[in-house]
Design a protein around this ligand. Sequence first.
Ligand SMILES: CC(C)(COP(=O)(O)OP(=O)(O)OC[C@H]1O[C@@H](n2cnc3c(N)ncnc32)[C@H](O)[C@@H]1OP(=O)(O)O)[C@@H](O)C(=O)NCCC(=O)NCCS
Length: 176
Amino acid sequence: MINNKEFEIRQEIANDYPAVYALNSAAFGRKDEARLTDRLRSSDAFIPELSLVATIDNKVVGYILFTKINIVEGNITVSGLALAPMAVSPDMQKQGIGSQLIYSGLDKAKMLGYKSVVVLGHESYYPRFGFVPTTKWGIKAPFNVPTNVFMGLELVEDGLKGITGTVIFAKEFGDI
Ligand SMILES: CC(C)(COP(=O)(O)OP(=O)(O)OC[C@H]1O[C@@H](n2cnc3c(N)ncnc32)[C@H](O)[C@@H]1OP(=O)(O)O)[C@@H](O)C(=O)NCCC(=O)NCCS
């Protein structure tokens, strides 16, 4: 458990599910990511320790999820993580909650032995945490996106060295 001045970050529990649903809906302005999160919880790709909430006075104000992915090249498969979705309550944004969720998640992922994380997201946000376009390693998204918004991060030195291929997300992402 990580305590900050105003908020706390901890593993999500079942009691949080309705609040996380409401938070994702509010932050994204649609229900797709909220529904996706519900589906991912019953997926093989789900890692309970990497489903984190930020709370203030026990109220959920932030959420982040990392799920298992594979990077596939021919008959070679390397496992890793994807960061998605993440959300901070619209009235609580730009106060560092999102950043702390990312740092906490990356620390936890490292402790669990994962070597890399990919993210599809804002090219001006994720680089501050060390993410760079996956073109650096010859790793591709499974869909057409501008190369600068599909980013990767090594959790350990050379965690992606020599790894090329296409990222295969949990099948639940395909439903969004
Ligand atoms: C993205 C999000 C989780 C960031 O949470 P947060 O608590 O506001 O993040 P932080 O306070 O740590 O960082 C805020 C910084 O992120 C930047 N940021 C937020 N949304 C951004 C966006 N869409 N594009 C680029 N930068 C963005 C802010 O401009 C701010 O930059 P600054 O530090 O230079 O002022 C939050 O804005 C959110 O829930 N957005 C809606 C859902 C979403 O887009 N999720 C991410 C999907 S990839």
